[in-house]
Design a protein around this ligand. Structure first.
Ligand SMILES: Nc1ncnc2c1ncn2[C@@H]1O[C@H](COP(=O)(O)OP(=O)(O)OP(=O)(O)O)[C@@H](O)[C@H]1O
Ligand SMILES: O=P(O)(O)O[C@H]1[C@H](OP(=O)(O)O)[C@@H](OP(=O)(O)O)[C@@H](O)[C@@H](O)[C@@H]1OP(=O)(O)O
Ligand SMILES: [Mg+2]
Ligand SMILES: [Mg+2]
Length: 362
């Protein structure tokens, strides 16, 4: 049970596609058996008139939703919001998304990590001014700058040479395509929990083929295939997914923890590729808020554990409302609320304190 006999109510607000994939009966039942009721938030009614929820779980954007969350927060100061809109917003821009990776410091002797070389292009002029981005080598991937979950924001192009530039529509990020053996690692983070899985990716591109290849190749969500689709997929077999070694778990966990703390987010995944040129160098190419957890085996248990931990304030370095527990503690009056494992925990107050800047550093 989440608490001593007490039940908790978690309200969720998700788009229909997400609701269908995530809110499965198996999850609802498992959470229920552990004292957590998952309740759909009615988008036709103000959030403040509903619940009162102990926690709001959401993946919705826009000003209206943001102000509804703010109202809810001021009326329910003890409720937890997973996650805070200002923290999520960083992931809606492919430059600010990866900035946090560049700033991350992790001590590791055997592996290194980083991001691919990239530049943001706002207009056609800069796009064709190759001097502006001469530090990038073909092939490059052109990604829409905005990553807001729309179909458009997932439309990418692999550009082999100058001819391929004509079809691109700024604002875009041009990112060096790094050969990585056709396999991508997706690292799912749920609070303290970290799980790395393999997925199919784009195949390597040989340098000598670059000139002869047509200008560019468009694609969308190449790694987002359901498991059953993969088994008969010839390409999937060709990539020897089975034979590919996962990156060291402790290394991925360190990166995940670092990102979680820096971004103040609990629910996200990040895409990692292993640079063929080095073998021990990993590049983070994408971070997604509230990804497809249902694709993780046993996701019901992982998520139910997380909900219980949140309700009992047991998540290590609990990140709620955009502040880590440590920051809250430094900033606000300390009030022990729940006792877990013999340790007094601090109450996390939904203060209206200084919110993070919403402007995106590019
Ligand atoms: N720099 C890169 N080098 C090599 N391959 C890359 C690179 N960037 C992206 N890819 C490939 O393109 C795919 C899509 O890129 P990315 O993950 O940035 O897009 P997305 O639409 O945000 O994906 P998601 O569905 O995970 O949100 C990746 O899964 C990977 O296969
Ligand atoms: O369901 P949603 O619309 O949230 O789609 C998300 C999708 O999850 P799904 O598998 O449930 O479709 C994620 O897949 P995995 O990384 O887990 O493979 C990833 O593609 C996110 O980028 C998508 O979020 P968006 O960037 O579009 O907001
Ligand atoms: Mg991705
Ligand atoms: Mg993405």
């Amino acid at each position: 049970m989440a608490g001593e006999g007490r039940r908790f109510e978690i309200g969720y607000a998700l788009l229909p596609k997400k609701e269908n994939s995530f809110i499965r009966e198996s999850l609802v039942n498992q959470a229920k058996s552990r004292g957590i009721d998952l309740v759909k938030i009615d988008r036709e009614r103000p959030l403040v008139d509903q619940g009162p929820f102990d926690c709001v779980l959401h993946k919705l954007y826009g000003e209206d939703w943001r102000s509804q969350l703010n109202d809810f927060r001021s009326k329910n100061p003890n409720a937890v919001i997973i996650d805070y809109p200002d923290a999520i917003e960083r992931l809606h821009n492919r430059i600010s998304m990866l900035q946090v990776v560049s700033e991350l410091k992790i001590e590791n002797q055997s592996e290194t990590f980083g991001i691919p070389k990239q530049i943001v292009i706002y207009d056609q002029e800069t796009l064709f001014d190759t001097q502006a981005w001469e530090f990038l080598k073909f092939p490059v991937i052109a990604k829409p700058l905005v990553a807001d979950g729309s179909a458009k924001s997932h439309k990418m192009a692999l550009v082999f040479n100058h001819d391929g530039l004509n079809k691109l529509k700024p604002p875009i990020v041009l990112q060096e395509f790094v050969n990585h053996g056709g396999v991508i690692f997706k690292v799912y983070v749920v609070g303290d929990y970290v799980k790395c899985v393999k997925r199919k990716s784009l195949p390597d591109v040989l340098e000598e083929k670059l000139k002869s290849l047509e200008g560019s190749l468009s694609f969308s969500q190449v790694s987002n295939l359901a498991t059953h689709e993969k088994s008969d997929d010839k390409y999937y077999k060709l990539m020897h997914l089975e034979d590919t070694e996962l990156p060291p778990q402790s290394f991925m966990t360190d990166i995940a923890r670092g990102l979680r703390k820096a971004m103040k987010l609990n629910l996200f995944n990040f895409d990692v590729i292993r640079d063929n040129r080095f073998g021990n160098r990993y590049l983070i190419i994408d971070i997604n808020y509230f990804p497809g957890y249902a694709k993780m085996p046993g996701y019901e248990t992982v998520l139910s554990d997380f909900f219980c931990d949140i309700m009992n304030r047991k998540v290590g370095d609990l990140v709620v409302d955009g502040f880590s527990q440590e920051e809250k503690v430094a900033e606000i009056e300390e009030k022990p609320v729940l006792s877990c494992e013999g340790e007094a925990r601090k109450m996390v107050i939904n203060s209206d304190g200084e919110e993070n800047e919403t402007s995106i550093p590019v």
